[in-house]
Design a protein around this ligand. Sequence first.
Ligand code: ZN
Length: 476
Amino acid sequence: MPLKIYNTMSGVVEEFIPGGDKKERIADYPTVNMYSCGPTVYSYAHIGNFRTFIFNDLFRRYLKFRGFTVNHAMNITDVDDKTISGALAENVSLKEYTDKYIGIFFDDLRTLNIEPVEHTPRATESIDAMIDLVERLDAKGIVYEKDGSRYFSIKKFGEYGKLSRLDSREIRSGLRYDTDEYEKDDIRDFALWKAGKENEPSWDTPFGKGRPGWHIECSAMVRKVFGTTIDIHTGGVDLIFPHHENEIAQSEAAYGEKFVRYWVHAEHLLVDGSKMSKSKGNFYTLRDLLDKGYSPRAIRYLLVTAHYRKQLNFTLEGLLQAGQALQRIDNLLLRLREITGNSDENLVVKTNSDDFIKKFIESMDDDLNASRGLGIFFEYLHSINSLLDEGRIAKVDAERVFCVLKRIDSVFGFIFFPEETDAGIDAERIEALIDERNRSRREKNFKRSDEIRDILLDEGIVLEDTKDGTRWKKKK
Ligand SMILES: [Zn+2]
């Protein structure tokens, strides 16, 4: 069974064929080139943003699990209206302003155990690629100038709308489009390059001083990193129109080749059944949730295990349940660690493990159905727990289960493996220090509790306070 994925462009679930030519074996496929729209670094990213970033992470991890090689880029939008006005408001340079939020963003990714991608190009470091793109479009007569800005003329690109399948009446009516920009010839046209304004950062180009429009940033960075057609482009569904539609128009008109083979979009996240908004009080950044005492593992668990094409209703109750599910996994790991002795292998464990891996792959191959994969995962854990109850797990079986869980966690990324921290570490001493720290905190001796945290941190041990108590792990 091959991996299949829903392609927004075709509107159906398709077999995934990187490079465009079908091969007999996954190992024969070329490297998968993947691009994900990254953050605009003007503020803290919120939990809805992280749903998309965790989906990107699940996708790339699963491709690797299946044996593909992945070359993945995620851009950083560090120049746009919001970053510019943020820097002005704080009276700092654009770079100083965005560097701060870039640092916070990467910290958040690490907290959520999101793997680093191979490339993270910044818009402000990709201006050359944008100039190249505008010049190519200009040479083809697709660009026009108004008041010093350069616009893309939609009527010159006949396939406009093929991704979002909006008909031109719907687009023209302004129903789905920002109608405030009167200076354009056609309501659908969009700015490639914006004329320089006072107080705004600008770059010298053959077509005057100015700064990039948002859409051109991604087209230019895809070209800069990959040079040709890419296999996968991901983003949230809110980016399908106009952002991704405009990326296609720019790239395909400029370079005369297919831009992307598979467009893959993650659905919205709702909080308590409605759209997140600051005024409703249901707006959460990652840090808001950590401050409330929820663990990053529970957040990751909740976001990674909902099917990416279904709306996810995020609730604090759901987070609590995620924490409880993780507790069940941790308990099983602890039970398995306690197994000693040299009894013979139980072949039922091998059969159950092989069967589980097979079913997990079937679920994930079916359009990355992680929620079904999770259900099968818990059935497997249940079978192992029952065998433990019956005393039918030998040490060799426990090791097999550990190996299986590690393989699965290379995709899910939310399991905590205490045995990984064994080498050269005195677990008893750490537990004793954690107990002392908890005692100090109860007695409000925060000097001592902070001291203990620092002692452990110096030794590479990170503490994680969760609703279910304090855990520790070795810093990666
Ligand atoms: Zn983008």
